[in-house]
Design a protein around this ligand. Structure first.
Ligand code: PBG
Length: 323
């Protein structure tokens, strides 16, 4: 074995896993009402974009060869309501962001849109809340996801990415898209999305606090469950998902490997905000070599079987890997 590890060229020749810029998707935030991009404390190097800075960033990523972006939006705080109506308003911030990105880079970058309500609801849940129980009402949420998907597709999104973990969300979205004749718009299901403590910095990024100290354990998966992910993925594929996603990535590498073995559609993994923030924080203290750890982590996600990797390191990795 060691004979094949002797030189960089030998190691390169026999490497089983080849992380490439082609694997990467950059999550991006666009906020309504900003005059200039706003840094996010817990995600160093990531910002809430204005429409102008969003266009510039996507042009930069396109130049680096990054093939996809995943858009999240922040409405004006005063526009949040119980049903998240800005998520599906034709002039909602995500829809405007999609249009601006399209104008900037045409079809050279795949535009994915996160399809959820939490950034737009005043209670911070991913669906509508049943006033009687205080719990998220799965079935009442589905038509709203259909509306969000229609608005995003009309704005020009290539891929709709439902992240709310409602049962039946992929089917509802597929039906809504087809009814509009958007048969070419793809769906990337956040199929196995776990209720994780690693989403903290993201919630700062999108300014979401869940009402009454609530959490998402009633709809996102329990981290103790591995087999269940296969059922979630199978249901989403049966409902029409074109890609399926596992999230977070590093704490669920076993799930990524299982899903890769079980299905033939492309498998995406989301290296989430907390995973990024931990690397940045330790690197800032000089405790680890940040770029090397980023490469090792994202490389592990690829080795586990992910075909598509959403990561806040996308731009940095693209620079390091060379487009
Ligand atoms: C929900 C959503 C979340 C993330 C992506 N989509 C947050 C949540 O489920 O609470 C988290 C992404 C990250 O942490 O990077 N719209």
């Amino acid at each position: 074995m060691r004979r094949l590890r002797r030189t960089p060229a030998l190691r390169r020749l026999v490497a089983e896993t080849r992380l490439s810029v082609d694997d990467l998707v950059a999550p991006l935030f666009v906020a309504d009402g900003l005059d200039e991009p706003r840094p996010i404390d817990s995600l160093p190097g990531v910002v809430q974009h204005t429409l102008d800075s969003l266009a510039a960033e996507v042009r930069r990523l396109a130049g680096l060869g990054v093939p996809g972006v995943l858009l999240f939006g922040l409405p004006l705080p005063a526009q949040k309501d119980a049903v998240g109506s800005q998520a599906y308003a034709s002039d909602g911030i995500v829809q405007r962001g999609i249009e601006v990105v399209r104008q900037a880079v045409g079809e050279s970058v795949v535009v994915m849109a996160d399809c959820c309500l939490d950034e737009f609801t005043d209670h911070g849940h991913c669906g509508v809340v049943d006033p009687a129980t205080g719990a998220v009402d799965n079935d009442a949420t589905l038509p709203l996801y259909g509306e969000v998907a229609r608005a995003q597709a009309a704005a020009g999104a290539d891929v709709i990415a439902p992240s709310g973990m409602m049962d039946g969300q992929v089917g509802a979205i597929r039906a809504a898209l087809d009814a509009d004749g958007r048969v070419d718009t793809a769906v990337m299901a956040y199929a196995a999305k776990y209720a994780s403590a690693l989403y903290g910095p993201f919630r700062e990024a999108v300014d979401v606090a869940i009402a009454d100290g609530g959490d998402r354990r009633g709809y996102q998966q329990d981290g103790r469950n591995r087999r269940e992910a296969i059922d979630e993925v199978a249901l989403d594929i049966a409902e029409g998902a074109d890609l399926v996603m596992v999230k977070p990535a590093l704490t669920y590498l076993d799930v990524i490997a299982d899903v890769r073995a079980a299905v033939s559609v492309p498998v995406a993994a989301y290296h989430v905000s907390g995973e990024y923030a931990m690397v940045c924080a330790a690197a800032e203290r000089g405790w680890i070599d940040g770029p090397a750890v980023a490469l090792e982590q994202v490389g592990a996600v690829k080795r586990a079987g992910a075909d598509v990797i959403a990561t806040y390191f996308a731009g940095q990795l693209a620079e390091a890997l060379g487009g």
